[in-house]
Design a protein around this ligand. Structure first.
Ligand code: ADP
Ligand code: MG
Length: 230
């Protein structure tokens, strides 16, 4: 048995708003096995983005433990957390968050070069992945010259380019029209399944959630298994 891709134990997070402490996560436990795709439901403001940022090591909880691929992340310093994130985690946002001054290709080359690959090696891999996501004709386009669906395809490719173990996606198709959203979501599922990744995907779409292995939902600061009752 390999270790969970992601493990949360008693994760707690509050924000201070208008001088008051607002508890958002009140003690969350979650295990994601390798290859498991889990949908994260919950109304707007319930803490989905907060949870994903904590899982992605983009934010720190106030208490509790996080393990990424078996490695305890909570006690690590900033540099080690960054290294762990680059090595193991891909993140897809609702808005693409691509570098606006760079082409689709460069957006995939840069993170690989940061990870230590040569430009030549990084370019070969990036072109291959852009072909897989159906963007061979768009490699030199900057994000502003791509459609919303194409931008998200690049964002998905970027999240996967360094072969992470865990994909985190925050309403990855929430900004797209229904038809495009379906196509992009199909692609995301295909790539995640193909690579055997664990994934945690926040979504408002119950139909998409039903296609995952498991559904969890955020309710009043805790995680509950399964979709909500009607
Ligand atoms: P969701 O993604 O489910 O819509 P969020 O995680 O974005 O929910 O937000 C959960 C709650 O935490 C909201 O009440 C939001 O206002 C609050 N919140 C999120 N980020 C911050 C922040 N940086 N500072 C203060 N409050 C925040
Ligand atoms: Mg959110």
């Amino acid at each position: 048995m390999s270790e969970p891709a992601l493990q949360l134990d008693g994760v707690v997070k509050s924000f201070s708003q208008a001088g008051r402490d607002l508890p958002v996560l009140r003690g969350l436990d979650l295990d994601l096995r390798p290859g498991e795709m889990v949908a994260l439901l919950g109304p707007s403001g319930s803490g989905k983005s907060t949870l994903l940022h904590i899982c992605g090591l983009l934010d720190r909880p106030d208490g509790g433990a996080i393990r990424i691929a078996g490695q305890e992340a909570q006690s690590l310093g900033d540099n080690e957390r960054t290294r762990l994130r680059r090595e193991h985690i891909g993140f897809v946002y609702q808005y693409h968050h691509l570098l606006p001054e760079f082409s689709a290709l460069e957006n995939l080359v840069v993170p690989q070069m940061i990870a230590g690959l040569s430009r030549r090696e990084a370019t070969v891999r990036a072109l291959k992945l852009l072909e897989t996501v159906g963007l061979s004709e768009r490699t030199d386009h900057r994000p502003a010259r791509l459609s919303g669906g194409e931008q998200q395809r690049v964002a998905i490719a970027r999240a996967l380019i360094n072969a992470p173990r865990l994909l985190l996606a925050d309403e990855p198709t929430g900004n797209l029209d229904p038809h495009t959203a379906d196509a992009v979501f199909d692609l995301l599922v295909k790539l995640v399944r193909g690579a055997g990744l664990a994934a945690l995907l926040a979504t408002h779409n119950y139909e998409l959630a039903a296609r995952m292995d498991r559904v969890v939902r955020l309710e009043e600061g805790v995680l509950v298994e399964g979709p909500p009752a009607e």
